[in-house]
Design a protein around this ligand. Structure first.
Ligand code: SAH
Length: 282
């Protein structure tokens, strides 16, 4: 890597770096992630890490796939952890690269704890989670002062592949104006139903963002009541994020990627110009 006026920690032999690779666009990697890619002996990566990121690995770095995607061959979590320990014990610089942030629905904690049990030194490098950075690429902010002062990150399925049952759906529906759901497409109907039963309106805006920040990014704007049919009709596919809440309407003002392709943005996507004057002077 080019010399920077910044001291990056040495990636020492026998260490594991657990690194977030961001949502897809290689430009969203952190300096630490890039440094790790330029130094590692072995890179163990997930399905969500794209080719552009892998290409940044140092020449001679061995790439090992440890992806886990529904329907496709997968490596068991325990096997991945054992592999990390084995390689570190062989004295390798082991880069464990995960999509987004390793500690956001990424099982980074589990892998790190296995390293603790194996007495392997490790460093954690956070990444831009798709639920924040991926949505920003669709022009959807996860908070906006006029819409919400709280946001919830939710997983659409638990370790057994079903909608988590340890969620207080009434509390969530009534308490969180914006809900960002990872791994939600499969159970979208069930989740939308649970939110509506607990008080959310069928008209509430929903955004669905597939392959965010990659050239294949697709965005669907829909509502809680119609999202299942709209997803089926659009053919939009996982990996995708689902965001429920008024912030989705900001997209008509903040779709900066669309603007690059000529979309004309509105400066008042929520139609609140008069009111916002009052809020400011209040
Ligand atoms: N640790 C990751 C999340 C892993 S869980 C992170 O912080 O982003 C896997 C889920 O993440 C996918 O099912 C999808 O919901 C979401 N995801 C990850 N990358 C994505 C992308 N580029 N576009 C859309 N969704 C993405």
């Amino acid at each position: 890597m080019d010399k920077l006026p910044l001291d990056l920690p040495e990636f020492q032999a026998g260490w594991v770096w657990l690194v977030g690779g961001g949502p897809g666009d290689a430009g969203l990697l952190t300096l630490y992630a890039l440094h790790a890619l330029r130094s590692a002996d072995v890179l163990i990566y997930d399905a969500l890490v794209g080719d552009d990121v892998l290409k940044l690995a140092r020449e001679g770095c061995v790439l090992e796939y440890a992806g886990k995607r529904g329907g496709k061959p997968s490596s068991k979590q325990a096997d991945i952890s054992q592999r990390l320990i084995q390689l570190a014990r062989e004295g390798k610089r082991v880069l464990r690269l995960k999509g987004g942030d390793p500690f956001v629905f990424g099982r980074g904690g589990e892998e790190a704890l296995a390293l603790v049990a194996g007495n392997i030194p490790f460093r954690v490098v956070p990444g831009i989670s798709s639920g924040i950075g991926g949505l920003a690429y669709a022009g959807i902010p996860v908070t906006h002062r006029d819409c919400n002062s709280a946001v919830t990150f939710l997983t659409g399925h638990n370790a057994s592949g079903i909608v988590p049952d340890n969620i207080n759906w009434a509390g969530l529906a009534q308490g969180s104006p914006v809900i960002v759901i990872y791994m939600a497409i499969k159970h979208l109907g069930d989740i939308a139903q649970k939110l509506m039963i607990n008080g959310r309106s069928a008209d509430e805006p929903v955004g669905i963002v597939s392959r965010a920040s990659t050239p294949a990014q697709q965005v669907l704007e829909t509502t809680l009541g119609t999202c299942v049919e709209d997803v089926a009709r659009s053919g939009i596919e996982p990996p995708a994020l689902v965001v429920v809440g008024e912030v989705v309407r900001l997209r008509s003002g903040l779709d900066w990627m669309g603007a690059i392709d000529g979309r004309v943005l509105t400066s008042d996507p929520l139609n609140i110009k008069d009111q916002s004057d009052k809020v400011v002077s209040a």
